[in-house]
Ligand binder design. Structure first.
Ligand SMILES: C[S@@+](CC[C@H](N)C(=O)[O-])C[C@H]1O[C@@H](n2cnc3c(N)ncnc32)[C@H](O)[C@@H]1O
Length: 269
């Protein structure tokens, strides 16, 4: 079994995605989606960005490695009556089933960053984008003090060391790496721009309940709890994450936690 696929099928990311809907919609509103634009959303989950992109008139294909999330995305598209939105299984490291120069816009928000072989992923994203098209990525930033970068950092400190040759997804949050990867795919750095942006995680209960969702449904955190449990360190992990969620929350009894990410735009000519 592909370890990357197993990681994301292990939990149920739809439970976390529920807290990200407003930010997904707001991001999609900022990236120039117009009627009839051919859009690929890569590592789309259940459609936090794909669905509002389709509502803005794009013809959207969501591709994700996790079959449960593809099914959830298709169910959401059907429930909204969106005939211009469909989801299928696929791997950002090998988009064989998609033709060259097929999309005006390729979006990947905290998606392709999790695929192995980042250089191959950059090449695949460039290959399927039309000349004159754009790639927009959202990538968490290593050592950033906000929520998700810290969850991933804390989780990895309780997990076994990764296998040899593993490239951390967080390396996509460093501008030099992004320039190097797209450079190797033939895109000069003048065509790549960067912005710091924010996603806010909103949840109707207290931060401890949102942490409970991560513990039970977010693959990387689930694995960390399993590893910590095997080492007798589960309570330490719970306490460390609990402090993080409480300290970052600005909303009292409900939860609203902002998280900073690197927004990358790659313009193809
Ligand atoms: C943090 S979630 C983000 C999902 C979605 N973009 C969103 O913003 O809600 C990461 C997503 O990337 C997907 N993913 C991870 N590795 C992938 C790969 N190699 N190819 C395609 N999708 C992948 C996961 O299945 C998961 O849906």
């Amino acid at each position: 079994m592909n370890a990357n696929k197993a990681l994301w099928e292990k939990g149920d990311f739809t439970r976390i995605a529920e807290s990200m809907r407003e930010s997904g919609e707001s991001l999609v509103g900022k990236i120039g989606i117009t009627d009839g634009l051919e859009i690929l959303d890569l590592g789309c989950g259940d459609g936090t960005t794909a669905l509002p992109a389709a509502e803005l008139g794009g013809n959207v294909l969501g591709v994700d490695i996790a079959s449960n999330l593809v099914a959830a995305g298709n169910a959401r598209a059907e429930a909204r009556g969106l005939t211009n939105l469909r989801f299928q299984e696929g791997d950002a490291s090998d988009l064989d089933e998609l033709g060259d120069e097929s999309f005006d816009l390729v979006i990947s928000i905290f998606g392709a960053m999790f695929a192995p072989n980042p250089s191959v992923v950059a090449k695949e994203m460039v290959r399927v984008t039309k000349p004159g098209g754009r790639i927009v990525m959202g990538n968490w930033i290593p050592n950033d003090p906000t929520l998700v970068a810290q969850i991933l950092k804390i989780s990895s400190s309780y997990s076994p060391p990764p296998p040899d040759g593993f490239v951390s997804p967080m390396t996509w949050g460093v501008e030099e790496n992004v320039i190097e990867r797209f450079g190797a795919a033939g895109v000069p750095k003048e065509q790549i721009s960067f912005e710091r942006d924010t996603y806010t995680f909103n949840y109707p209960g207290p931060p401890s309940e949102l942490l409970g969702e991560f513990k039970s449904y977010y693959g990387p955190t689930m694995n960390a709890f399993e590893a910590a449990g095997a080492d007798g360190r589960e309570a330490d992990l719970e306490a460390e994450l609990g402090t993080l969620f409480d300290e970052q929350n600005s909303n009292g009894d409900t939860t609203s936690i902002p998280a900073t990410f690197l927004r990358v735009s790659v313009d193809l000519i």
